[in-house]
Design a protein around this ligand. Structure first.
Ligand code: GN1
Ligand code: MG
Length: 352
């Protein structure tokens, strides 16, 4: 993006002569670190094709910020106001921006961290779910309707097939058939939605390990970040995304998957860390089905990447033409490996 546009947005948050740094890890927003003297913020241009009601992002954030600061040891980054006292800034081109304080001496782990760090990350997200267990699900607005609704994600995938770019349809054939033959996961989701043992809860909905800030000195988590998708959902979303982003030995961005495998010490650390962080907040049934979480989330992510590939890359940012195919293929192989890894733990279950 044009630097002048970013500088104008920074100015709206009272950073007049800042240094700018592009932060590249997210697939949705444009994110910058903005520094001036000894103060810094994270400035984001909100992707309004994905978040069509940005006002909901900032009003939810305020509720979460107040709730977490009052009741827990989490110190999530404080939202920053514009010079006119708003939490959103709209520029001349209609782009919408918001900012939060940059937390100093923090860093982000990658999937090559040791298993002890995976345990801490999962514990942090578990404690986050626990901290939100007493927040009324009605108090947080649904920012993206149907976000982790697997029935809807499957429908989007099916609807993309007849309209797909034909070379892409051919290239993704194995993946498409693999997704179709695993429709039991959609049925599992459908069944859990109507079973009172699975509660509607406020979940983070983007628990990639890169969405936790760690402390440079102690190597302990400071807080989860990227709270835009915190909204009502079900038990599988957060631990499922952790499994998705940590249990494999290569990251979701890796185009080559021949050596992909599930790392047992990491998988076990994630499950035990998450359950420890949760305390008693899951029902017995939710805990019993914990190993389904990774399968559901990887399957859903594979549906989403495949749908976007077939539709011509309309949702996820791509750096090169076949990137969504590589993402989809990566998730598909991760799913195959996790199925094999879990074969003896999930072969029989009443919801299937
Ligand atoms: C997107 O926030 P970001 O860009 O890291 C996506 C998630 C996906 C993820 C895959 C709003 O996350 O649902 O799991 O990419 N967020 C949205 O890496 O669609
Ligand atoms: Mg996100």
């Amino acid at each position: 993006m044009n630097e002048r546009i970013i500088r104008r947005a920074a100015q709206a948050f009272e950073y007049n002569q800042p240094e700018l740094e592009l932060l590249t890890s997210g697939l949705i927003h444009n994110t910058y670190k903005v520094t001036e003297g000894d103060k810094a913020i994270v400035l984001q241009q909100i992707n309004t094709a994905v978040f069509t009601e940005p006002q909901k992002i900032v009003s939810n954030y305020k509720i979460l910020f107040d709730h977490l600061n009052k009741k827990t040891s989490f110190r999530i980054p404080e939202p920053v106001q514009t010079t006119t006292g708003d939490f959103l800034y709209t520029d001349d081109g209609g782009r919408i921006w918001r900012a939060t304080q940059f937390i100093p001496n923090s860093y982000i782990e990658n999937s090559n961290m040791p298993p002890e760090q995976a345990y801490k990350a999962a514990h942090c997200f578990g404690a986050f779910s626990n901290a939100l267990a007493d927040l009324d699900t009605q108090s947080i607005e649904t920012v993206i309707p149907g976000f982790h609704n697997l029935i809807w994600r499957y429908e989007q995938f099916e609807n993309a097939l007849p309209k797909a770019i034909s070379e892409r349809l051919a290239r993704a054939k194995t993946i498409i058939e693999g997704l179709q033959s695993r429709k039991w996961l959609v049925e599992f989701y459908n069944a859990l939605k109507t079973n009172p043992e699975f509660r509607l809860r406020i979940m983070h909905h983007d628990c990639k390990v890169s969405n936790i800030l760690f402390d440079v000195k102690t190597k302990n988590p400071i807080c989860p970040i990227d709270l835009d998708t915190v909204m009502p959902g079900y038990f599988f979303s957060d631990i499922g995304d952790l499994v998705r982003s940590v249990a494999g030995n290569v990251s979701e961005t890796a185009p080559h998957v021949d050596s992909l495998q599930i790392r047992k010490p990491y998988y076990d650390a994630l499950i035990s860390g998450y359950l420890a962080g949760l305390g008693n907040s899951f029902t017995q049934t939710e805990t019993q089905f914990i190993h389904h979480a990774g399968l559901l989330m990887i399957y859903m992510q594979c549906l989403r990447f495949t749908t976007d590939y077939l539709s011509g890359d309309v949702y996820y940012k791509v750096a090169y033409p076949e990137q969504n195919f590589h993402r989809s293929n990566n998730q598909f192989h991760l799913l195959l490996r996790l199925e094999a890894f879990l074969a003896d733990r999930i072969s029989e279950h009443p919801l299937r």
